[in-house]
Design a binder for this molecule. Structure first.
Ligand code: PTT
Ligand code: SF4
Length: 608
């Protein structure tokens, strides 16, 4: 198949040995690349039940056939591993020049196992790997460290690195790139830290082959032009994801006070409109003509790149008003390598625990100074920060039953920035997301607010499954940014066609959806394998949304209904051809070519 190299670079940090491993060509047809390749390799190469912080856990950096080719917003890279936050499959998506260089090393993915004895970093130039010392970089924030690495290697490289949070094994540490791109919410940065690996510097100079260059070039150019001509382009360029603050407020989904409410009286103090006034520039990922990284000066006069999730979770969710203060915490999170969503959740959870007097040390809602101090303490895993660095699920368990009722997570991953008291399908999206509560696989909320909002309908469930197949299956495996489709309406049909021109294999949206279903079933099998059991309760959203109704706004009095949610979950399982416990049926596994999972699953659960 064109567009891929057919091999991965396998690096063992313990023995400092590297090898090139050929990949069965059928994997590309069955899994495409990116997330698909990552879960296939983790199933095969990760020991069953491995501790996420053990040297035997594998870290996968994967590209797909469309990654960093000249087509819209293609500069994205998949990072995946067994998650220290959830103990299940975890991944994330980073827009970075590292995707450009990895694509040109001659490998589709880099797989890292083992651990270094002393802090180090990898310099990879095509198939040459150097193990470098990083003792002088250890303990340093990602912005300072990246400057040092650029000084050493020049600007023409791609760099992925961790901050103090990853080094100190904070369970929601991410991998950072380019001072403001970050990925791997479920603690993939901490996996890198457990391997004493501070950074990976990539330089690739080989051009991947494209089956039909001329058609590809023409069609990609057409797609770029369509984006520029889109009606929503101008507004997107002005506000990017930040427009969602006002939208969230108007639709009662803006996370407020640890997801207690869906509106906040002070939302204008963190809005996209305010951001526009403060904006000093834009940044973005490679090959993108709709760059959405909005830069403002924070309260300390430093540049900070804003996104909706970051601002909502570190703003309304903890009642921190003033966009420039929020921007300061956001920047600190990037420097420390902490996921902003889990950070905002963990701080919000603690503030509520402190309000209810379940903890001794008090932290008030919206206390900027305290939030700043806590962010650093979390990253360095010290003092009160050491408690928060475990994430919401573990904190709640240690505080007891009352705390579990306001612990906002699914499967251990903290919920991203959409309140679901009055959004059943979005709750289902979180409940069934393959990495724990994240919106990336199915952002059905935009559809849900414009339809039978409070209904538990089959139509909504069908839409969740469709979005998961397309977003979680297709975009995460191609691997490209989904925003051209989601935000400026680029026709979905561009993607199967571009994939066809690049690979020389004919793809349709339907054949890609089957890949999505396969990936979903395999990730589910992986979770069951690692947890050693399974129950449909794993797919429930946070208790709060069922128990405590909203008290403010147009949806005051509303909460989720258990019966309705269960009905939707049944429909969801039926559509995925899983049984009523959420376990893929034997016939489903066989149909999707996942027979190899059956002997292992059979030891854990009875397959129906
Ligand atoms: C993503 C999650 C998101 S989703 C946001 S804002 W968003 C937060 N960003 C963080 C950040 O920044 N710094 C930080 N320290 N922590 C952060 N945590 C949060 O992480 C991101 C964009 C965005 S902005 C989104 S929706 C889209 N996500 C895509 C995706 O998942 N897949 C895909 N094929 N295309 C996507 N395009 C968009 O990319 P995770 P990025 Mg991110 C600074 O990592 O783990 O996937 O979690 O990658 O390069 O920053 O681009 O309103
Ligand atoms: Fe990156 Fe934004 Fe462009 Fe997507 S739209 S590739 S997230 S800059």
């Amino acid at each position: 198949m064109h567009g891929v190299w057919g091999r991965v670079l396998y690096i063992d940090l313990t023995s400092k040995k590297i090898k090139e491993v050929g990949i069965d060509p059928k994997y590309y047809l069955e899994y495409i690349g990116g997330r698909g390749l990552a879960i296939r390799l983790l199933w095969e190469w990760n020991p069953i039940g491995v501790d996420p912080f053990s040297p035997y856990n594998h870290l996968v950096l994967a590209t797909g056939p469309l990654t960093s080719l000249p087509l819209p917003s293609s500069g994205k890279l998949q990072v995946a591993s067994k998650s220290p936050l959830t103990n299940g499959y975890g991944d994330g998506n980073i827009g970075t020049m590292a995707s450009y260089h990895l694509k040109r090393t001659g490998f589709d993915a880099i797989v890292i196992t083992g651990a270094l004895r002393k802090p180090g970093y990898l310099y990879i130039e095509n198939n040459k790997v150097e193990f470098r010392n990083a003792e002088d970089l250890w303990g340093i924030d990602t912005f300072t460290a990246v400057d040092k690495l650029v000084k050493e290697h020049g600007k023409n490289v791609g760099i992925l690195l961790i901050g103090p949070a990853g080094e100190n094994l904070v369970r929601y540490a991410t991998i950072v790139s380019q001072k403001g791109r970050s990925g791997g919410r479920p603690g993939i940065g901490a996996v890198m830290g457990s391997k004493k690996l501070k950074a990976i510097v990539l330089k690739g100079t080989l051009e991947p082959s494209i089956a039909d260059k001329e058609s590809f070039r023409k069609y990609a150019e057409e797609a770029y032009n369509k984006i520029l001509k889109s009606e929503s382009y101008d507004f997107w360029i002005r506000q990017g994801t930040m427009a969602t603050i006002v939208w969230g407020q108007h639709n009662s989904v803006l996370p407020t006070m640890n997801f207690r409410e869906g509106i906040w009286e002070e939302y204008e103090s963190i809005s996209g409109d305010l951001m526009e006034k403060l904006k000093i520039g834009r940044r973005g990922c490679p090959f993108c003509n709709m760059m959405c990284g909005n830069i403002i000066y924070d309260i300390a006069g430093e540049e900070s790149e804003l996104d909706y999730e970051n601002v909502a979770m570190l703003g309304s969710n903890i009642l921190l008003s003033d966009l420039r203060r929020v921007a300061e915490i956001n920047k600190l999170a990037d420097m420390m390598g902490l996921d902003t969503i889990s950070l905002g959740n963990s701080i919000g959870f603690y503030m509520e625990a402190s309000e209810r007097k379940l903890v001794d040390e008090k932290v008030e809602w919206g206390d900027h100074r305290e939030v700043k101090k806590l962010t650093l303490d979390i990253a360095y895993n010290r003092g009160l920060g050491a408690f928060l660095s475990q994430g919401v699920m573990r904190m709640a368990r240690s505080l007891g039953r009352e705390a579990e009722e306001f612990a906002i997570h699914v499967k251990g991953l903290e919920v991203s920035a959409y309140d679901c008291h009055a959004a059943p399908a979005m709750a289902l999206s979180y409940g069934t997301s393959p990495i724990g509560a994240h919106h990336k696989d199915s952002w059905i909320i935009s559809y849900e607010v414009g339809t039978d909002r409070l209904g538990y309908s089959k139509e909504k469930v069908e839409k969740v499954v469709f979005l998961q197949d397309v977003r979680g299956g297709m975009f995460e495996s191609l691997t490209t940014c989904r925003f051209p489709w989601v935000e400026v309406g680029l026709d979905l049909e561009y993607y199967p066609k571009l994939l066809t021109y690049v690979t020389g294999v004919t793809w349709t949206l339907d054949t890609i959806r089957t890949v999505g279903q396969r990936i979903y079933a395999l990730i589910r099998a992986y979770w069951i394998r690692e947890h050693g059991s399974w129950d449909r309760e794993m797919d429930y959203p946070p208790i709060r949304w069922f128990k405590h109704p909203l008290t403010k706004g147009a949806y005051a009095g509303h909460k989720l209904d258990y019966g309705g949610y269960n009905k939707m979950l049944d429909m969801y399982y039926e559509m995925r051809e899983w049984d009523d416990r959420g376990i893929p049926r034997r016939s489903t596994l066989e149909k999707l070519g996942l027979e190899f999972t059956i002997p292992i699953l059979e030891k854990i659960v009875e397959l129906k």
